[in-house]
Design a protein around this ligand. Structure first.
Ligand SMILES: *[C@@H]1O[C@H](CO)[C@@H](O)[C@H](O)[C@H]1NC(C)=O
Ligand SMILES: *[C@@H]1O[C@H](CO)[C@@H](O)[C@H](O)[C@H]1NC(C)=O
Ligand SMILES: *[C@@H]1O[C@H](CO)[C@@H](O)[C@H](O)[C@H]1NC(C)=O
Ligand SMILES: *[C@@H]1O[C@H](CO)[C@@H](O)[C@H](O)[C@H]1NC(C)=O
Ligand SMILES: *[C@@H]1O[C@H](CO)[C@@H](O)[C@H](O)[C@H]1NC(C)=O
Ligand SMILES: *[C@@H]1O[C@H](CO)[C@@H](O)[C@H](O)[C@H]1NC(C)=O
Length: 846
């Protein structure tokens, strides 16, 4: 959890005792005062006076916080600018239908906006389980009877069901604004809100300056939020119609999930928090996430490039060049880009589509809901100030309406996946030049084959090609889809005006001059030939997601082919997108994905082959373990840590492995470790960024307690597994095989006992002899013990782990006694009660 967020919460101090008046309602005759509170019907939220942590002058506020968790987390404040200074405060409902806060001297310090309905004598104010405080004009509580509600006046938190945006009928414009400081709920500098012009788009402001934009909503997703949270019980949506425009998210009523979306003033971030089973708020989702999220970082007609394994940088749209090459070379892209060739402002102009970008800001664009793309193109050509156009709504794979930019294109960034086509206006000579460049470069045969196949289908509808560079035939939707759409495969976009030859030209990646991102697709026939039709002899082993075979390609290259069990509910395009994303994760401690094959139900992944097999075949083997001296083992531990660090923190996608174990670490020719199977959970439709999962994927023994018991996973679950693995590497003992019967301890408990008694070098694998660096050994054990802490929050993150492992002389924190599994025999399979209480979909078969 981010420290800044922690400051907004505080443990209920022993003195902080609330007396609930056992109701969720006040009416015209009742009030709450002092330490009385209202509690919603099912006990989810509590309303009452509170004092912010760290404020010593006795100011109190009316607030709403969660009733069921020990960390007082205030989600709404009524009088954020008007504290009660003279206690005790009183909250009551006045006869004119306003909520009123009086101080100890009966002075009104705050009152709510005027009700939108006439009051009756039965009027009430009720605190709902959603966290909404609703004034009902007749006390009936029906939605129509609402005369005022706290959801219309958010503070810094968007709760499920709360709308951010404008209601044009009532004139209410809802934003969320950070607290000034953890001890002062008055409005701080950061605000997240809708800007009313153009396509629906939400902006994070610091004061008057935009610092982050969500990207325009295109009917499918916010194009600047590639990782919309999606979970089995979580949906996000943007609604835009003449009455209102807003974003909201919803949690299934049956879900126990507590979720909040906050403008964090200390960090200057938008954050989504989920209450974890570990007793704290976890945040896996926040924006701005990386430098390319900074608003308009690369200036006009520039776009940000922040991909894996590369330094963030600014680039220019095709046909443009840096305005100030000198600044550009110093990595300052803010001056943006200028045209290489001026527009002719007549027939001499054309368009070039880019489609793997966040859409440019549309607040200055004109949206035409009724125009077709053709009409839009004509309109753009006819107006000399028009710079670009794009479809306004691509929901369902169909283009509706359009946006026309007669302003500079700002705030674009590149994604590894297709978002939607934006047609950039360029001088025709530039377009021609680019077409020439494209057709000059030969693409890899594999990619052409795919494109041609898909185009072939689309060609059926190709009536003509009025302008043949319109769309790409790769009719896949973006990876950053709206939540809720993950499992619906969108229909292919229609490309009635496209020729296959044109298609081959439009690979944006070529266009922007970088490596072809297309992943080789292998023919099933090629794979069958290389593996002898999955012959038993070529089987290398069985992993969590299916068997692995050794294949020998025609050119003699050896590859490992993973045959995924076909349980995935994903469509082909989605699967391909996932594979491409995984293929982009490249690090020397990760196994390289070479390609994939999709044929009917078959889903195959082709990896580089690791001749030395997996780590467990060494450290748990009576003979081979002797080959691994301490130095080598230490290097392996460091290598795994670096690979995991890359997955967790350095790659753009923040992959949680979910099944870290010795058999998933492969060794190359030089015995350098490479993590395998990363990201596969993702391909099976699991969302890597969310905190809960229906199916627990993993291997017992390596699973962190909170993951195994409650299905809560996070990077901290991987850290736990890493800790277990380090103990295995040091000791040469299997977590699933080791049980010290006399002491009643498993490997973690045993390691801790030795640690406490200062005998930790006894844990060392006796096969290693005495040449080991005992300082290093102790440090590894110490770090491992921190990693297997029962409390996720006490486990270090990977960057800390790497630092601690590498720092020779630093004094490291003392580990705690490892939790839950200490003392329980984990080696007997099936007999333990906890084991049968959850599904292990991927188990260790070794
Ligand atoms: C609640 O407030 C009343 C009046 O101020 C006080 O007498 C009482 O002790 C308080 N109760 C608790 C539990 O603090
Ligand atoms: C506040 O008003 C209430 C009811 O009108 C009255 O009983 C009480 O004495 C008043 N208190 C002060 C300090 O004026
Ligand atoms: C946010 O909304 C409040 C009303 O709830 C308004 O007073 C305030 O000006 C808005 N802030 C910004 C930055 O628009
Ligand atoms: C986009 O189009 C879909 C399908 O017609 C429609 O339901 C949706 O409301 C549209 N979205 C916006 C923001 O216009
Ligand atoms: C392009 O236009 C700009 C301003 O409109 C002008 O300063 C510049 O000289 C033009 N360049 C060429 C090559 O015509
Ligand atoms: C061109 O577009 C701009 C911006 O939308 C508009 O102000 C201007 O009137 C348009 N010019 C013509 C000739 O339509």
């Amino acid at each position: 959890m981010r420290a800044s967020a922690r400051t907004l919460q505080f443990l209920v101090a022993a003195t902080f005792v609330s007396i609930s008046i056992a109701t969720d309602t006040i009416d015209l005759t009742t009030s709450i005062t002092g330490n009385q509170t209202l509690v919603s019907a099912r006990g989810v939220f509590r309303l009452g006076f509170f004092t912010p942590p760290g404020s010593s002058d006795g100011r109190t506020y009316i607030g709403i916080w969660y009733a069921s968790i020990p960390v007082q987390t205030v989600v709404w404040v009524a009088n954020r600018q008007d504290p009660v200074v003279r206690s005790p405060g009183v909250l009551k409902l006045s006869t004119d239908g306003r909520l009123v806060i009086l101080d100890g001297q009966n002075t009104t310090v705050w009152s709510s906006a005027a009700p939108t309905r006439d009051m009756t004598s039965r009027a009430t104010a009720r605190l709902l389980d959603s966290g909404n405080l609703v004034v009902s004009h007749d006390g009936s509580g029906s939605p129509e009877s609402a005369a005022w509600q706290s959801f219309d006046y958010p503070t810094d938190t968007q709760l499920p069901g709360m709308k951010i945006g404008v209601d044009r009928r009532s004139g209410i414009d809802r934003n969320i604004t950070s607290w000034s400081s953890p001890s002062d709920p008055s409005p701080g500098p950061y605000t997240f809100k809708l800007l009313p012009t153009g396509l629906p788009e939400f902006f994070l402001f610091r004061g008057a300056a935009k610092i982050y934009a969500s990207g325009p909503w295109n009917g499918v997703g916010l194009t600047g939020v590639p990782d919309h949270l999606k979970n089995w019980d979580y949906t996000f949506t943007v609604v835009s119609n003449p009455d209102e425009t807003y974003c909201a998210y919803y949690i299934a009523a049956s879900s126990p999930l507590l979720s909040r979306f906050v403008v964090d003033g200390a960090a200057g971030l938008l954050q989504r928090y989920v209450w974890g089973g570990d007793g704290e708020w976890n945040s896996f989702w926040y924006h701005p996430t990386d430098p390319c999220d900074s608003y308009a970082k690369c200036g006009a007609f520039g776009f940000g490039h922040c991909d894996t394994a590369q330094t963030p940088e600014c680039r220019c749209l095709p046909g443009f060049q840096p305005r100030s090459p000198q600044q550009w070379s110093f990595r300052d892209g803010s001056a943006g880009c200028v045209r290489r060739t001026n527009l002719s402002c007549g027939d001499g102009d054309g368009f070039w589509p880019v489609n793997n970008m966040k859409l440019p800001e549309t607040t200055g664009a004109t949206v035409h809901a009724d125009m077709t793309l053709d009409e839009c193109r004509q309109a753009c050509l006819a107006n000399c100030s028009c710079r670009a156009y794009a479809a306004a709504n691509i929901s369902g794979g169909v283009s509706r309406g359009c946006a026309i930019w007669a302003v500079d294109l700002l705030d674009m960034r590149q994604y590894p996946v297709v978002v939607q086509d934006v047609y950039i206006r360029l001088a025709q000579s530039e377009v021609d030049a680019m077409i020439k460049v494209q057709s000059g470069k030969r693409r890899r045969p594999m990619v052409i084959a795919v494109a041609a196949t898909i185009s072939g289908v689309l060609l059926l509808g190709a009536i003509g090609f009025f302008y043949f560079w319109r769309n790409r035939a790769r009719g896949k939707k973006g990876q950053r889809q709206a939540p809720g759409s993950r499992n619906n495969v969108l229909p292919f976009r229609k490309h009635t005006d496209l020729s296959p030859s044109a298609d081959q030209r439009f690979n944006e990646n070529k266009m922007s001059g970088e490596d072809d991102l297309d992943l080789p697709l292998f023919d099933l026939a090629v794979i069958l030939a290389s593996t002898d039709s999955f012959a038993a002899e070529s089987k290398l082993g069985e992993g969590g997601f299916g068997p692995v075979y050794l294949g020998r390609l025609e050119d003699g290259q050896e590859v490992a082919v993973k045959r995924l069990s076909t349980k995935s509910s994903q469509g082909v395009e989605e699967f391909k997108n996932e594979v491409k994303l995984i293929a982009k994760l490249q690090h020397k401690n990760l196994v390289r994905l070479l390609g994939c094959c999709i044929d009917g139900d078959e889903r195959l992944l082709v990896y580089e082959f690791m001749p030395n097999n997996s780590l467990d075949t060494f450290i748990f083997d009576a003979e081979k373990r002797k080959l691994l001296e301490w130095n080598k083992r230490f290097e392996i531990i460091l290598g795994i840590a670096r690979g995991l660090l890359y997955l967790h923190e350095d790659s753009r996608f923040k992959i949680i492995h979910r099944d870290m174990k010795a058999s998933n670490v492969l060794l190359d020719r030089n015995m350098a470790p490479k993590i395998s199977d990363f990201g596969i959970a993702r391909m099976f439709g699991g969302d890597e960024t969310t905190a809960y999962t229906l199916k627990v994927i993993g291997t017992y023994g390596y699973m962190s307690p909170e993951y195994a018991m409650e299905g809560v996973f996070s990077i901290k679950s991987d850290i736990y597994s890493f800790g277990v693995m380090v103990l295995e590497i040091v000791s040469g003992k299997k977590i699933r095989g080791f049980y010290h019967a006399d002491l009643g301890l498993n490997l973690c408990g045993y390691a801790w006992m030795l640690w406490k008694e200062g005998r930790s070098s006894e844990l060392l694998d006796e096969a290693m002899g005495s040449s080991s660096d005992h300082g290093q050994v102790r440090r590894c054990i110490q770090v491992a013990l921190m990693c297997v802490d029962i409390q996720p929050r006490n486990r270090p993150v990977m960057s800390t782990v790497v630092m601690m492992l590498a720092s020779e002389n630093a004094t490291l924190p003392e580990p705690n006694e490892p939790g839950v599994n200490a003392g329980r025999n984990t080696s007997d399979t099936g007999s333990s009660r906890t084991q049968s209480e959850f599904t292990v979909t991927a188990t260790d078969t070794r």
